[in-house]
Design a protein around this ligand. Structure first.
Ligand code: NDP
Ligand code: 2IT
Length: 448
């Protein structure tokens, strides 16, 4: 992945020198700058007016201590983050991730990507991301509650329904959002749409839970149809078994695909008869157990240790829905060897740069995360609208809007790629289309 512009190359070098060791952030910036070279070549004012330099530096980074007490009375201290990346087109918007791997580089890459993704939805939301190195796995509800309350005791100072609206991401689902929202409400004494992904009894939107996975399949369906293909009759492999993976499985199946494998961070299950999603939901959403339990309850299914080997399972469509860099070059080669014809990213940055290059060089239809997983944040923005109106739409209304948003997004990313001589390259198209709206707004404000 090379950057065909001298100024942007220098900028990339400065980003790496300023924050050495932030490998995920560097990876995300390199990919975007590679796509943007033709745009700045055509519009040099974007460099002259400082837009490119501002784009790679977050507006604000908040980093804080999160002390909490476990059920035995021991004290733990985690680290919390909120990176308010870019507010050019709306209030900062993006999820919170609770996972032991969380560090500044990871939150920064996620906030950077979120800026372009949110722009692509066509809705007025800026980019932000946050989280903590806290691991909710194996914690009691009471421990998770105490952690979330402590986290919000600091975060509430920096967020608000017109300022910054967090949501879920890895390790942050309905339970965590409930504790976080309850604490914000208590501290501020106000009931506003300050978080999305809320429960349906207290301001949540119908179809938000399903939105990322469903949106991924709607985007993929558009991409497939444009190539004369479809989900119908295709074998599908989905990594992960969390929120995104679960609802991707549901929609892929409804659209006629057969999902044969899913995973968690320990290993993957293979079910030649098609995954029984109700069983996966029972194991992951209700019992919070490991995916390997599936094979104890489903005769004929297999469990294999090591999540990365899931890409060896033959399939026509692969949907990586777990985490960053989970699909390396070897995985891409295995998919290509087994005649996989489409890869659509549900997770953020799941394919390594080498894997992405391999897909594009071999003609596999490739949908990049910024475009294909934008359905979640799009419905979050619809949740914000409903909260502002103090009104709620039906599941059908939200789902119809989601379908339209994903179809428009596919069209816009395709058109942007074609406009800059890169027809069919959705990576470039998504980066360019997402960038232009943000950049033009930044230009309009002058240097701020
Ligand atoms: P969840 O916490 O619900 O699920 C995460 C899943 O990924 C789990 O199955 C988890 O397994 C697995 N996983 C996590 N870390 C790793 C790892 N290092 N290696 C292998 N597997 C791993 O999160 P979501 O489903 O919400 O998020 C999944 C991805 O989708 C993330 O990249 C997120 O940023 C992205 N995303 C999420 C959106 C949302 O609305 N939730 C919107 C857009 C993107 P285990 O239980 O073993 O950890
Ligand atoms: O990566 C993402 O887009 C999300 N985790 C969802 C963010 C949101 O604000 O709904």
């Amino acid at each position: 992945m090379s950057i065909q512009n001298e100024y942007l190359n220098g900028l990339m070098e400065r980003v790496m020198k300023r924050d050495p060791g932030e490998s995920e952030y560097h990876q995300a910036v390199r990919e975007v700058l590679s796509s943007l070279a033709p745009v700045v070549n055509a519009r040099p004012e974007l460099i002259r007016e400082g837009v490119m330099d501002c784009l790679v530096e977050p507006e604000r980074t908040i980093k804080f201590r999160v002390p909490w007490e476990d059920d035995e009375g021991n004290i733990h201290v985690n680290r919390g983050y909120r990176i308010q990346f870019n507010s050019a087109i709306g209030p900062y918007k993006g999820g919170l991730r609770f996972h032991p791997s969380v560090n500044e580089s990871i939150i920064k890459f996620l906030g950077f990507e979120q800026t372009f993704k949110n722009s692509l939805t066509g809705l007025p939301i800026g980019g932000g991301k946050g989280g903590s190195d806290f691991d909710p796995h194996g914690k009691s509800d009471a421990e998770v509650m105490r952690f979330c309350q402590s986290f919000m005791n600091e975060l509430f100072k920096y967020i608000g329904p017109d300022t910054d609206v967090p949501a879920g991401d890895i390790g942050v689902g309905a339970r965590e959002i409930g504790y976080l929202f309850g604490q914000y409400k208590r501290l501020r004494n106000e009931f506003t749409g300050v978080l999305t992904g809320k429960g349906l009894t207290y301001g949540g939107s119908l179809a938000r839970k399903e939105a990322t996975g469903y949106g991924l399949c709607y985007f993929t369906d558009n991409m497939l149809k444009n190539a004369g293909k479809g989900f119908e009759g295709a074998t599908v492999v989905i990594s992960g078994s969390g929120n995104v993976a679960t609802y991707a499985c549901e929609k892929a199946t409804q659209l006629g695909g057969k999902v044969v494998a899913m995973s968690d961070s320990n290993g993957y299950i293979y079910d030649k008869d098609g995954i029984n999603l109700e069983l996966v939901k029972q194991i992951k959403e209700v019992e919070r157990a490991r995916i390997k339990v599936y094979v104890d309850r489903k005769p004929g299914a297999e469990y294999h240790e090591g999540c990365v080997n899931i890409w060896n399972v033959p399939c026509g469509i692969a949907l990586p829905c777990a985490t960053q860099n989970e699909l390396p070059l070897e995985g891409a080669k295995a998919l290509i060897r087994n005649s996989c014809f489409a890869v659509a990213e549900g997770a953020n940055m799941p394919s390594t740069p080498e894997a992405m290059d391999a897909f594009q060089e071999s003609g596999v239809l490739f949908a990049p995360a910024k475009a294909s997983n934008a359905g979640g944040v799009a419905v979050s923005a619809l949740e914000m609208s409903q909260n502002s109106m103090r009104f709620s739409w039906t599941f059908q209304e939200v789902d119809d809007r989601l379908k339209t948003i994903m179809a428009d997004l596919y069209r816009n990313a395709s058109a942007a790629a074609a406009q800059f001589g890169l027809a069919g390259n959705l990576v470039a198209g998504a980066n360019i289309a997402g960038f232009l709206k943000v950049a033009d707004s930044m230009l309009a404000y002058g240097l701020v």
